[in-house]
Design a protein around this ligand. Structure first.
Ligand code: ZN
Length: 233
């Protein structure tokens, strides 16, 4: 404790320290004096200097407001992490046992475009096709909420209710845990990912790098080799 207090004290600029040392109130002299033979410690979380009056030798002390014990929690940076489960069904019946799932943590301020990139990377796919996020899983064309790369690349959006993905942030689309969207990647092969927001957490550190928190199941190959090549697999 005393060591930590001393460290805090020594972190102050030298001119500030010498000013503090020469202006400690002495109850005996009834004036500001220089403190001698002082030691440092914490008292109620702040550094306190305790020593003796340089003039009369009376005990004196000085509390250093704003020179606190090193804070245990990191300062809040206001960043929120969105935790998603993203999965593919690897059979026609969409049974949960055959889910291929990636749990992804990403800052809510990232764009949908960024999110799409992270998803494709998490599944080992090339980020080489158009995509969109839709709230209608059966008929994505009928979605009331749709965010498509087409809109950003200036191709004609299929309807005016559609928005782009580059300027739209995750936290503008996903509002609460349990909300699901279809992430359709590659309009030719139609990879259908289910994206579900699981939780929103306050970030402890301002780390904007997305993270894969969990991987369940082996991702399918985006471009599988010709069938006769894998016959004896
Ligand atoms: Zn004194």
């Amino acid at each position: 404790m005393a060591k930590e207090a001393l460290k805090k004290w020594m972190e102050l600029p030298a001119n500030i320290r010498s000013k503090i040392l020469s202006t400690v109130w002495c109850g005996q002299c009834r004036t500001a004096v220089t403190i001698c033979d002082y030691s440092t410690d914490f008292d109620g979380g702040v550094v306190v200097l305790r020593g003796f009056c340089g003039a009369c030798g009376h005990k004196v002390a000085r509390v250093l407001e704003g020179c606190g014990e090193s804070s245990k929690r990191a300062p809040q940076c206001g960043l929120e992490y969105y935790i998603f489960d993203v999965w593919l069904y690897w059979d026609e019946k969409c049974t949960d046992e055959k889910k291929i799932l990636r749990k992804i943590q990403i800052a809510g301020t990232k764009s949908l475009y960024n999110f799409a990139k992270v998803i494709t990377q998490a599944f080992g796919f090339y980020f080489d096709h158009c995509f969109g996020f839709y709230n209608n899983f059966q008929r994505y064309g009928d979605s009331s909420m749709a965010y498509e790369l087409f809109v950003d690349v200036d191709e004609e959006p299929l309807s005016s209710t559609r928005k782009g993905v580059k300027k739209v942030k995750i936290n503008q689309v996903f509002k609460s845990a349990g909300q699901k969207m279809l992430f359709l990647f590659d309009y030719g092969d139609e990879w259908r990912f289910v994206v579900e927001l699981k939780e929103i957490n306050q970030a402890e550190k301002c780390d904007l790098k997305p993270k894969i928190l969990e991987s369940i199941g082996k991702a399918p190959e985006q471009y599988p080799p010709c069938e006769d090549e894998v016959e004896n697999d």
